[in-house]
Design a protein around this ligand. Sequence first.
Ligand SMILES: Nc1ncnc2c1ncn2[C@@H]1O[C@H](COP(=O)(O)OP(=O)(O)O)[C@@H](O)[C@H]1O
Ligand SMILES: [Mg+2]
Length: 200
Amino acid sequence: MRELVDVIARDLAALTDSRQLTLRVRSETNDTRAFVDRRQFLTVIQNLVANAVKFSPSQREITIVLADGEFPSGRPALCMSVRDQGVGIPENELESIFDKFVQSSKTKTGAGGTGLGLAITREIVTLHGGSIRAGNHPEGGAVFSVLIPRRDTPETKDETLGTLLAVNLLRGTDPSFDRRINSLKAVEAGTMGRDTRSAH
Ligand SMILES: Nc1ncnc2c1ncn2[C@@H]1O[C@H](COP(=O)(O)OP(=O)(O)O)[C@@H](O)[C@H]1O
Ligand SMILES: [Mg+2]
């Protein structure tokens, strides 16, 4: 995961420089690997960092930390947190911002955007058996914490991850789509295709 974070940090350097933002990356574990689809996790990291940039005033810091973590079940995880020093998120909107097309009441008027980034991000993380939540730091700014399984998740032994991602995102947008998808048992069971994940 460290390598993926560094790729995004490099890709977004022009953007962070132009806003005079400092992007710091810190590993608090010797093992930053997790079992993920590389391309999809690049999207996850890019979405979270792009939001941190978008909702920060200039000359602030964005910090990405990789650390050991675990799921409530005790299963080992890699924890990735992205913290900024921006406007933060109202406490009662920490869940709704993950819904499609939703933007927080604090930022609605400015920055533009589609409100899809966090919905896609959560879908990718969930398809990997992981979890993501938003919070606010006591000293101000938002913190997004992602837990990613260290190893393959038996319950999602699948798949064409990209197809499942698209299907899950489109669910609920059109009743006839939902009807057709629900009749496709292979998609429902997540048993199509080959696995695209490996250790990153
Ligand atoms: N780092 C952040 N700081 C403050 N608010 C945030 C942050 N990241 C996301 N949000 C809020 O969550 C909303 C949804 O984010 P997202 O799904 O990425 O959509 P978009 O970036 O297109 O607005 C944002 O519009 C914003 O209100
Ligand atoms: Mg976004």
